[in-house]
Write a protein that binds this ligand. Sequence first.
Ligand SMILES: Cc1ncc(COP(=O)(O)O)c(C=O)c1O
Length: 376
Amino acid sequence: MGKFAEMVPERVRALASYVPGRPIQQAEAEFGVKMIKLGSNENPLGPSPLAMKAMDAAMRGVNLYPDTDMTGLRERLAKLHRVAVNQLIVTAGSTNLLDILARTLLMPGLNAVTSERSFIVYPIVTRSAGAELRQVPTRGDGYDLDAICDAIDSDTRLVYLANPNNPTGTLITAAEMDRFLDRLPDHVVVALDEAYYDYAEWLARERGVEYSHAEQYVREERNVVVLRTFSKAYGLASLRVGYGMGPAELIGYIARLKTAFIVNGLGDAAAMAALDDREHYEKSMRNNSAQLAVLSKHLKEMGYQPVESWANFIYIETGEDASTLARRLQMNGIIVRPLTGSWGARTAIRVSVGTPEENRKFLEALKNVTTGAHAG
Ligand SMILES: Cc1ncc(COP(=O)(O)O)c(C=O)c1O
């Protein structure tokens, strides 16, 4: 034990660190090959050209502090989603908002509920707020909403639902979510994490499914905070811009815990411009939808049974140790996410949808390195 162990509270000492996707430069240096990164669900087409131009212009103003309230961006987003400006808060990515939300509502003695095999940030933010996280087993590969309801008690304040879920890519339909919210007691808030909203909405339209009533919940001031991000469909992951929409009173409390100036001016400018770039957005959505189908078809031909995805990644049960498989893929120049450790799926990997060429190379590499364990 080091000399600070007695000073640092047990809830902090007990935390497991967030293990991010492998940075591309690190992997290239270790393996000595050019890497394709399909491990963190980023936009493979890059940022929008309009966002890059806006950042270029905004660079000249970085000697000045940004608008800590992100007034312009909030007004823009409020109009887009037809909610009130005071129902919306902009944060440094949605991870930052998850952390603030947990610190706003939780403390020792209270608990939050989510599912196993869901986003690994939920345990971290809950435990760093000193609270307990209850993770109920999945049903199939998705959420078991009945089990989540059953796990709620008088000390529950938060329920985290990633829709679509990361890492399994499964969807809760709008009707299922409506029914779930109707059963929810009044002392509980749902963190409705729609980081992959754009992909899901696009795919749901193609597949004839009704995906989300999230904005309607906000207009009705239900006990729901909807989380969205510019990191995925808008290709701005490195800039750290996300936002939340929810009841005005609760958003007001959340704002008190937000670190001043946490979202920077470049991110503000890029996010605004990215919202204007319909062309880049649609190109990204079309690539995702077409390439999901290609990946899924080839994986099935190879004997895998990928879970139907509503996002920009695919969950694949490989039947072998996922870390070893991921390492072999890295030797072949491909970074994927092994779902070991806190992800809770020792033999599964998650692969992000890339460009047609990246996906071809991934499939080729997978054929080279697989042991065939998945085919039984
Ligand atoms: C379900 C889910 N929520 C939130 C995030 C975090 O996104 P951000 O970059 O906005 O912090 C991710 C990113 O992987 C995610 O998968």
